[in-house]
Design a protein around this ligand. Sequence first.
Ligand code: C2O
Ligand code: CU
Ligand code: CU
Length: 470
Amino acid sequence: MKRRDFVKLGLITSWSTFLNADNTKQKISVFPSFSKPLAIPPILKPKLLKDGTKEYNLNVQEGIVEFLNGSKTKTYGVNIDFLGPTIRVNKNDTLKMNVKNSLKEETVIHWHGLKVLGKNDGGPNRSIHPNDTWTTKFQINQRSSMCWYHPHTHEKTGEQVFKGISGLFIIDDEDSLNLDIPKNYGIDDIPLVVQDRRFDTQGQFLYKQSMHDTMMGVTGNFSLINGIVDPYVKVSAKNIRFRILNGSNARIYRFMFNDKRAFYQIAGDSSFLPKPVKMTTLLLSPGERAEILVDLSDLAGKGILFGDELGGKPLLKIFVKDEKSQKYEIPKKLTTINEYKNIIESNVREFELNIRPGWLAINGKQMDMKRIDEVVPLGKTEIWRIKNPQRMPHPFHIHGCSFKIISRNGNKPYLNESGLKDTVLLLSNETVDIAIKFEYESTKKYPYMYHCHILEHEDAGMMGQFIVKK
Ligand code: C2O
Ligand code: CU
Ligand code: CU
């Protein structure tokens, strides 16, 4: 699909015709679609230190995975061959993270969505050398949400994520623990890390090949969920919660079920939504997360497909067990968002995304590690106005905070954007205003970043650095 067709889409394609269709172009053997069970990323057990700190060991390593029948694809992963374990913590927990680099090249891990000091986060200004371990300690002080971790290596983020370094970071608080919603991890509360990959004829990942890949971002004709190509999952005949991360380098999805059934979005990037929002399609750009509840109680003994309307293909087959169905009422209210109420007279900071052949920038400047682009006051609410004057959509992401969308092109934001977020998609010619406040400092040595989350854009310079200080 051409990006310029993006805004015009409304088509529902017949997904069945797409099964394995692309694969015939390649001389590689594939597994039949929906023949492999969905993998659930394991929850990493911390070591409990005497003072209550939870210590986690992450080992960034090489691996080998048989994504395609008979091919041994070289991968990267964290503690495992591809992707990494889920880190699951409670609000107020103190964490000690040991990140070991067992690769043959430099890397660094960024806590996407975590509100931590610049010096506790990984960005291009830090790098872990091969065989070194980076240790950092911080406290979790934010709402329940599903965040994630991934590399942020200078000019190599896209490639290292493509090879497989990414994992989920789930935070619980009173809301997530007390709400009457499905909570059984991997059973009725199912994480879905959605990615796409391209392979060469040997079955190896085929990353950036051309200027076109840099400009459009690297996409692939194979879809992976939790590291499995076209998986299936078996669930009970009831309401199921899916926590979705668009962990792709560049692909934007519009998720839906093949019978077009309605579902409810209950959470976005950084918080629950105030109320469940009923919808039939869900647009999600790289870096964004959404949690949905879908009622499958009418499907006992049957199946349904979850897929992507934009790519015109199914991604996951859901089998519903042939058992007595369970009825359940979705809570009417999920949380109260008190942050960013009554914003009066705030400083407005503008960011314009620039793209020209071979040149990607923000406010006319390409990322330069030696330059600090903005100095932002600690604890003060500002309005950041992000403008995308071109055709191609860009997801804009900011480190060290969670913000609230105030308006899109002067209009109210979408209902499913009414929670807190850290990444916002700008379609063509859109201007988005967000209210933003930083509660943690970042320094010249370890600044925060704002950038496009199309990772090839980020690596090519659509990124800026800022410090937060009193
Ligand atoms: Cu998910 Cu600066 O990135
Ligand atoms: Cu981030
Ligand atoms: Cu971009």
